[in-house]
Design a protein. Structure first.
Length: 118
């Protein structure tokens, strides 16, 4: 047991005074992955349920084409997709090739109601 502790301390001292870029990169990537995983599971703040956007737009879906409805289902499949769409197309005011201008405005307006929960 004593020998293992000596090896750990020696390795820590060596890496402190002689940093290795590959080891540091591996450590940073692993650490960020673990922190992201823990934060997702331990997140206690109120979050948007992604299909809430689709449910809110259901009464207006008769003005959407079949392709637009399929894209809307894909967008509302996860909170990350909703957030990406909102940032890329709503905040940046970039047109989406699939959505008609008025339908995209409806989607953006609905998502903006829940912006604080993204």
């Amino acid at each position: 047991m004593k020998n293992i502790l000596i090896l750990i301390v020696a390795a820590a001292i060596f890496l402190h005074f002689y940093p290795q870029p590959e080891v540091t990169k591996f450590y940073d990537e692993t650490r960020s992955t673990l922190l992201d995983g823990f934060s997702e599971f331990s997140d206690t703040s109120v979050r948007l349920k992604a299909d809430k956007i689709f449910i809110d737009l259901k009464p207006q879906l008769n003005s959407f084409s079949e392709r637009e409805v399929d894209l809307l289902k894909e967008i509302t499949s996860s909170r990350a997709n909703v957030n990406n769409f909102y940032n890329e197309h709503c905040k940046a005011k970039k047109r989406n090739a699939t959505f008609h201008r008025s339908n995209q405005a409806k989607v953006c307006q609905t998502i903006s109601q829940y912006e604080s929960m993204l």
